[in-house]
Design a binder for this molecule. Structure first.
Ligand SMILES: NC(=O)C1=CN([C@@H]2O[C@H](COP(=O)(O)OP(=O)(O)OC[C@H]3O[C@@H](n4cnc5c(N)ncnc54)[C@H](O)[C@@H]3O)[C@@H](O)[C@H]2O)C=CC1
Length: 455
């Protein structure tokens, strides 16, 4: 992989220039790609429409078989996919392998649902009846952020394809590579050409996709400002959207918690993927009685974790970090940072940092912490650590967030829906409910007798 250079160049018709993708560990350029223009986007939509005609006529069981085969290939190529992800995104290989596991699991899950999607039969007077058909939307667009490139491509495409849609996926220009592996795998598994197409480019290409009249739906993962633009563009075409946006999630640690678990998960809730996870619990509210102990333990464990990862102990200060290894000198590094004595009005507590920074805040009572935890425009996730079972559920019910963790954090089983409240977006990924976002309901009303003239 030392000389690995992926050149992603098609035969551009009206491309708007090229972009480079980097390896964050070393700073070297690993890919050069063409940003697709309006005509190319239109060609892709035409291809997707042709593939949709074939795919939407297949029964659920046939789609299930192909998705299962794709899941099998992902499992077989797990290490290769994880390596590509690590090189292009910069996450650890350990985390990249976990991501790939959530991907084949997602494909298996929606393959399982594909065969059981069904409408209703409704009896009407005089033997007449109605029934509902759950039909795919058509050509759907997926637009992804750079932090989970392969996972986002799978989490969006698996339910879309299981429901009989086609999908055009635009990865982030920072991480353009791994989605191509998914396209290759889907084709190898037996999907018609063009059913899952990867389009490369940045904001301009994304806009062409969202504005295209034959695109039926947009599922977007990214920041709130871009989410607002996506929604505006989609509104003009009356297109449904799914928005998976940013967060500033609270993690509440009560004094009766299991301290060891709370410390371990607070670290994971902040430093997973170098802190670049949308649902990270970056506002850590710790009850006053245990804040000193918690702060001490979280620092100690932080040092151990870092020492393990980097082979040396570094200061816990959020500084730029230059590794000893000469190969890594041009890379992009920062030491994890823990901030104590924070106040709710500080910028680091209010705004999404999307980096390895944990803010610790002290609190006294349950009522107080709930008010403060909910005092945010975001609502993606939240967590609570306590041994009091009634308090755990009471607090989870009061937290204004799409996902609430009790005595854990940052786990995403494919069976559970994931998505935001408030400015963190709407619509869901994963879970049974997500198929509702990729289907439309047709009612068929059947008359069994003769009809009277009303004139
Ligand atoms: N809720 C969730 O599931 C997740 C949310 N995120 C959020 O994503 C953000 C970080 O990702 P970034 O890549 O920096 O976000 P971003 O909003 O800058 O870009 C996301 C994608 O949108 C595209 N884009 C940018 N402008 C566009 C436009 N005008 N029209 C159409 N497409 C456009 C980009 O090329 C990229 O593919 C954070 O806020 C994070 O919280 C990240 C992962 C998961």
């Amino acid at each position: 992989l030392g000389t690995w250079n992926y050149v992603l160049v098609g035969a551009p018709v009206d491309a708007s220039g090229t972009e480079k993708a980097f390896e964050p560990a070393t700073g070297r350029v690993i890919a050069t790609f063409t940003c697709l223009g309006e005509k190319e986007v239109s060609l892709d939509v035409e291809n997707a429409k042709a593939a949709f005609k074939i795919w939407s006529k297949k029964c659920g069981r046939e789609r299930c078989q192909i998705l299962l085969e794709a899941a099998r290939i992902i499992k077989e190529r797990k290490d290769e996919i994880a390596t590509v992800e690590t090189i292009n995104n910069g996450k650890s290989i350990f985390e990249a392998r976990l991501d790939v596991d959530t991907c084949w699991q997602c494909l298996e899950y929606y393959a399982g649902l594909a065969a059981s999607m069904a409408g209703e039969h409704i009896q009407l007077p005089e033997g007449s009846f109605g029934y509902t058909r759950r039909e795919p939307l058509g050509v759907c667009v997926g637009i992804g952020a750079w932090n989970y490139p392969f996972q986002t491509a799978c989490w969006k495409s698996a339910p879309a394809l299981a429901c009989g849609n086609a999908m055009i996926f635009k990865p982030s220009p920072f991480t353009p590579v791994s989605a191509l592996l998914l396209a290759e795998i889907y084709t190898q598994a037996g999907m018609p050409p063009g059913l899952f197409n990867v389009v490369q480019g940045g904001a301009a290409t994304g806009q062409f996709l969202c504005q295209h009249q034959d695109v039926a739906k947009v599922s977007f993962t990214g920041s709130v400002p871009t989410g607002m633009k996506i929604m505006e563009m989609s509104a003009k075409g009356i297109k449904p959207v799914t928005l998976e946006l940013g967060g500033k999630s609270p993690l509440i640690i009560f004094s009766d918690c299991n301290m060891e678990n709370a410390v371990k998960r607070a670290l994971m809730a902040n430093f997973l993927m170098q802190g670049q996870v949308c649902c990270n619990g970056t506002r850590v509210f710790v009850q006053k009685e245990i804040i000193d102990k918690f702060t001490k333990e979280v620092r100690v464990l932080g040092f151990v974790k870092l020492a393990k990862e980097q082979g040396a102990s570094v200061l816990c200060g959020g500084d730029l970090y230059v590794p000893e290894d000469p190969k890594l000198k041009e890379g992009y590094y920062m030491t994890p940072c823990i901030l104590t004595n924070c106040r709710d009005d500080m910028t680091c507590v209010r705004e999404e940092i999307f980096g390895p920074v944990m803010s610790i805040l002290s609190f006294d009572t349950e009522a107080e912490v709930l008010e403060r935890a909910n005092d945010t425009t975001f609502g993606l996730a939240a967590g609570v650590f306590t041994r009091d079972i009634q308090r755990a559920h009471r607090v989870a019910a009061e937290l204004q967030a799409g996902t609430c963790y009790i005595n854990n954090y940052n786990v995403s089983p494919v069976e559970l829906p994931f998505g935001g409240y408030k400015k963190s977006g709407f619509g869901r990924e994963n879970g049974r409910v997500t198929i509702e976002y990729y289907l439309q309901l047709k009612t068929v009303c059947v008359e069994m007798g003769n009809v009277e003239s009303v004139f």
